[in-house]
Design a protein around this ligand. Structure first.
Ligand code: ATP
Ligand code: MG
Length: 419
């Protein structure tokens, strides 16, 4: 029988990589905590409606990228393609934002999109996500943007660019949308097929088409800034002032619209100069209409998601530090079979004292055991002499020095000498 492989677009994160992932998530988690965000855990699948209504029927995600299936009860279920809609659902369902309360929440985990797999693009990928719910003030936008920048600063990422835009609100976007349709109608013959299909359904998406011709046409499109209502214009000015107050450099890009319909006012991305085509390490913005789209009371929100897989790629590329790779500190070796029981007990005692320790469980020879001890700091060796004297030979594997220690003192001796 042929061996079964992992589905296309998925991959296994093996031990040599997984500790680096933990480092990234831990660094992000500490930063979130410093900014007053609490971690939440949400379901990986939700009712399909949450995304079709929340993310938007005319988006690429809902139109072509979702993993949707009917469960055994006949309900339409979707593996989450993004986190924000689920966070909003949870906030509404659990009354996290009633009577003017706000909630700062973060989470991380796998997302699923049926896209063409390539470097930095997978079908199961991982996001670190932060959402600030219940605050409509531009200061919250600035806090979210600065939080994402601070995570990347702590991770040591270089060569990043923060790009921001305003996509307007339900008052001014329809006006802009109409202006765009009128403009693109005049250039209809040159647009790519996808953009042609977007013309009536979601003309804003034409603005971020990656094809060169469409890009050139989009460059000449009416400027969103000319269409913003007073409220959106003022909000955007406050976001910019806030970023400048904190000393963050950013670029304005009026063609940045993002792929999800729920964005209002602020939209932003953080781009890496070291990723090639899939260059966005984070994306986010404000979504004041999401709560009503998914059937709740009005809860304004602003947040971001960063792509863990892409952060990993950039960090490797730039030679960033992942801290220290966790290694087993002590190897307990039995010189002969009579000492295996004592080795097992000492290993367990070390572990109970939070010292990482290992010993052979497969009946290997002493020589083979010592070979496995290679990367440890200490080897504790027990043979007939040690059993008779109730001692253990502790060998420092860095400098090969060796001392005999009473068995009862072994744990404290290792503890003292580990660092
Ligand atoms: P892109 O333009 O690259 O498709 P996006 O706008 O679809 O990105 P978002 O929905 O904003 O992405 O998700 C936020 C972040 O999640 C992205 O900036 C990226 O780092 C990461 N991401 C999105 N899709 C994928 C994927 N298929 N594989 C790996 N990472 C992804
Ligand atoms: Mg995408």
């Amino acid at each position: 029988m042929a061996a079964i492989s992992a589905p296309r677009g998925t991959r296994d994160i093996l031990p040599e990589e997984s500790w680096k992932w933990s480092y990234i998530v831990q660094t992000a988690g500490e930063t979130m905590k410093n900014f007053g965000f609490s971690e939440i855990h949400l379901p990986i699948f939700e009712h399909t409606e949450l995304f079709s209504r929340g993310v938007g029927e005319t988006t690429d995600i809902v139109e072509k990228e979702m993993y949707t299936f009917e469960d055994r009860g006949g309900r339409s279920i979707t593996l989450r393609p993004e986190a924000t809609a689920g966070v909003m659902r949870a906030a509404i369902e659990n009354n996290l934002c009633v009577q003017g309360a706000s909630a700062k929440l973060w989470n991380w985990g796998p997302m699923f999109r049926h896209e063409r797999p390539q470097k930095g693009r997978y079908r199961q990928f991982y996001q670190i996500d932060a959402e600030c719910l219940g605050i409509s003030n531009a200061m919250a936008d600035v806090e979210i943007i600065s939080l994402s920048i601070e995570i990347f600063r702590r991770l040591g990422l270089k060569n990043l660019e923060v790009v921001i835009n305003s996509v307007g609100c339900e008052k001014c976007r329809p006006v802009y949308r109409q202006k765009l349709i009128e403009y693109f109608e005049t250039r209809k013959q040159d647009l790519c097929e996808t953009c042609l299909a977007r013309l009536d359904r979601n003309p804003l998406r034409i603005l971020d088409c990656k094809k060169e011709v469409c890009g050139q046409i989009a460059d000449g499109a009416p400027d969103i800034f000319d269409s913003l209502c007073d409220e959106c214009r003022e909000h955007f000015a406050e976001v910019r002032a806030g970023l400048e107050r904190l000393g963050f450099a950013y670029t304005l890009n009026k063609r940045l619209v993002r792929g999800l319909d729920y964005y209002t006012k602020t939209a932003y991305e953080i781009l890496s100069g070291d990723l090639g085509a899939q260059n966005a390490v984070a994306g986010g913005g404000r979504y004041d209409n999401l709560s009503s789209a998914v059937g709740g009371n009005k809860i304004p929100g602003v947040g971001f998601a960063c792509g863990l897989d892409r952060i990993m790629l950039v960090m490797e590329e730039q030679g960033c530090s992942f801290g220290k790779m966790p290694e087993t500190e002590v190897y307990v070796a039995a010189l002969d079979d009579s000492a295996r029981g004592a080795a097992q007990i000492l290993t367990h005692e070390l572990r109970k004292n939070k010292i990482s320790a290992t010993s052979d469980t497969s009946g290997k020879s002493f020589k083979a055991q010592m070979k496995n001890a290679g990367s440890c700091k200490f080897a504790c060796i027990i043979g007939a002499d040690e059993l008779a004297n109730d001692t253990v030979a502790v060998k420092n594997l860095r400098d090969s020095s060796q001392v005999s220690v009473p068995m009862n003192d072994a744990v404290s001796y290792i503890q003292k000498n580990l660092n």
